[in-house]
Design a protein around this ligand. Structure first.
Ligand SMILES: Nc1nc2c(c(=O)[nH]1)N[C@H]1C(S)=C(S)[C@@H](COP(=O)(O)O)O[C@H]1N2
Ligand SMILES: [Mo]
Length: 554
């Protein structure tokens, strides 16, 4: 219900509550369904909508006069490609907001967009979103377009400008930037290190990574692509769609809870964790995460395997199939966040993929997917879809751009120009990594008994356990083995992180040193010494030795 809520919220904020027809629900569900079809289908739908616009425009419902105006304006916008709608127009009259607000009915229907005033009365019957448009009667359409971002295209701007009748008075201009979308973001702990505010992305500070084995919920790193949707546990429904028959089940959380209870202790790590270090070698694209895009928690809920079997998935028919996980958060083009994992992985009892309702014994906080999220242990955290609304078992991987155009691995020589995302394998597991959390790069550390102490985390994906963490205070000439703190899990199902502590000897008279750390996992895979040969355009899987420099105080 998030979209509906966002609009209602925006209306309430503007003191303009209106009837929101049921069409909103339909619209919302259409978004969810996108993953059941492919992009072509979706584009076809869009094209249909625009053709509909077009045919109405040149049809008989508009006068010859406005046809003329339309053509003239079309010319204009084509000449000025790149222009958004709502620029000031010197050739048109100015209206006060009060005047605009009187045109709020089917007989005379005006809206504003930035500086523009538009009489869209004749367009009303052809609005593809149906009666939703009535919410904007006599008012700005911007807050709505901020939610339904698919309006923000040249075609729609052009169409809107064709209904232009004037300018909104300067004194009545309201800032409708997308603030409304972000107005109800959850409260966040001030200790988090904010990387981007909208959407909210924040690291857990390194000292808190090592302070607890299971990261307190409020300190768990946060990775959002969009505003946080507001969902209610009581009314939340999970839809499970089995393509190609499109057999649909709908499960409430109470119904889910009747399945056997599942608990897994697992770290979540963003595939871009430690990207900032790879960036130093050569720039990469993405949030500049240091080592704080990993945290650990105990997740509880039900096994995805049980849910799928309950809904009729045949465990012997997994070849080439995928489980598409779709969240309730929506991007500016109206697409829900989504990605997929192989069905085989989803059904593997050892993989322990769960649908979690709880995190460290508490209901999931809004930032971490309240009231339901997938947790795919040992996989890049992007697969652990939050605010889970829909699961589709399909012959196709998710068609979302998060799945198709991201989280794929490339050769270091591959550039953005020649990267072929289609053929690059999606990342479903993570390599072994580690980081020093204490001391921090640049710190001055007091030497005691000729030693200093270092602490940090190590982690490996796919259920591999960290076997050993090696720490060097002399640039790799000699290594000390760190003491490990670990979860007890059977072989190949080790999904939690490892915390480590090492005591390093310090040569007398030395006033600075480097600390290097590398971990080895139960497959005896170990970290590469530097980033040169694992560099990739997207800066993911950035797992070379972590190297820091500190000053010493004797
Ligand atoms: N619905 C939804 N799920 C999502 C995301 C998102 O933006 N929307 N981000 C993904 C990514 S890239 C990461 S790293 C993890 C972060 O989970 P956390 O915020 O609970 O730490 O959530 C994943 N699941
Ligand atoms: Mo991520």
């Amino acid at each position: 219900m998030s979209v509906r809520k966002l609009i209602l919220r925006s209306l309430l904020h503007q003191n303009k509550f209106a009837y929101v027809p049921a069409i909103l629900h339909q619209q919302h569900h259409t978004h969810e369904k996108y993953d059941n079809y492919d992009d072509r289908h979706r584009n076809k739908k869009k094209k249909f909508a625009f053709t509909l616009f077009g045919s109405i425009l040149v049809g008989s419902t508009i006068t010859d006069d406005s046809k003329h105006k339309l053509n003239k304006d079309k010319q204009k916008t084509e000449d000025e490609k790149g222009m958004e709608a709502g620029e000031k127009r010197q050739d048109l009259p100015t209206f006060r907001a009060e005047e605009v607000s009187k045109h709020n009915n089917k007989n005379s229907f005006w809206v504003t967009y930035r500086h523009g005033v538009y009489d869209i009365t004749s367009f009303l019957p052809s609005h593809p979103g149906g009666e939703q448009i009535y919410n904007a009667a006599g008012y700005s359409i911007e807050p709505f377009w901020n939610v339904y971002g698919m309006h923000k295209t040249h075609e729609v701007y052009e169409l809107l400008e064709s209904y232009r009748i004037g300018n909104l008075h300067e004194d009545d201009m309201v800032d409708h930037s997308d603030d409304e979308l972000w107005a109800r973001e959850p409260y966040r702990d001030k200790r988090l290190i904010v990387k981007t505010a909208k959407p909210f992305n924040a690291e857990i500070p390194p000292e808190y990574q090592i302070a607890h084995f299971d990261t307190p919920n409020e300190l768990f790193y946060v990775r959002q692509h969009m505003p946080v949707p507001e969902l209610e546990a009581g009314s939340h429904q999970l839809r499970v769609v089995l393509a190609p028959t499109q057999q649909v089940s709908s499960l409430s959380l109470a119904q889910l809870a009747r399945l056997p209870r599942a608990i897994v202790r697992a770290a979540l790590m963003c595939a871009g964790n430690r990207r900032s270090e790879m960036h130093q070698v050569k720039p990469v694209k993405g949030i500049s995460w240091a080592g704080g895009a990993i945290s650990n928690a105990v997740w509880s809920g039900v096994y995805l395997r049980d849910v799928l079997l309950h809904c009729g998935v045949d465990p012997n028919d997994t070849e080439g199939k995928h489980v598409i996980l779709t969240g309730a958060d929506i991007d500016a083009t109206g697409q829900n966040f989504s990605t997929s994992i192989p069905l085989q992985l989803a059904l593997d009892p050892n993989a322990q993929v769960i649908l979690a309702t709880h995190m460290n014994g508490q209901p999931l906080p809004p930032d971490h997917g309240c009231p339901l999220r997938a947790v795919v242990p040992g996989a890049p955290a992007v697969r652990s879809v939050k605010w889970l609304e829909c699961i589709t078992v399909s012959e196709e991987e998710s068609s979302s751009h998060w799945h198709k155009k991201d989280y794929r691995s490339f050769n270091p020589s591959t550039t953005w120009e020649d990267a072929d995302f289609e053929s690059a394998p999606p990342v479903y597991s993570l390599p072994v990594t580690s980081a020093v959390c204490e001391p921090r790069h640049g710190d001055t550390v007091r030497v005691r008994d000729g030693h200093i102490e270092a602490k940090g985390y190590a982690y490996s994906g796919g259920g591999a356990r960290v076997l050993r963490v090696d720490v060097s205070g002399d640039r790799g000439v000699s290594w000390r083995t760190a003491t490990l703190q670990q979860d007890h899990a059977p072989p190949r199902t080790h999904y939690a992180w490892t915390l480590w502590t090492a005591r390093l000897p310090v040569p007398a008279h030395c006033d600075q040193m480097e600390i290097w750390v590398k971990a080895t996992d139960s497959n005896f895979n170990t970290q590469p010494e530097n980033f040169d040969h694992i560099w990739n355009i997207r800066g993911i899987l950035s797992n070379a030795y972590h190297k820091i420099k500190i000053r010493l105080q004797h």
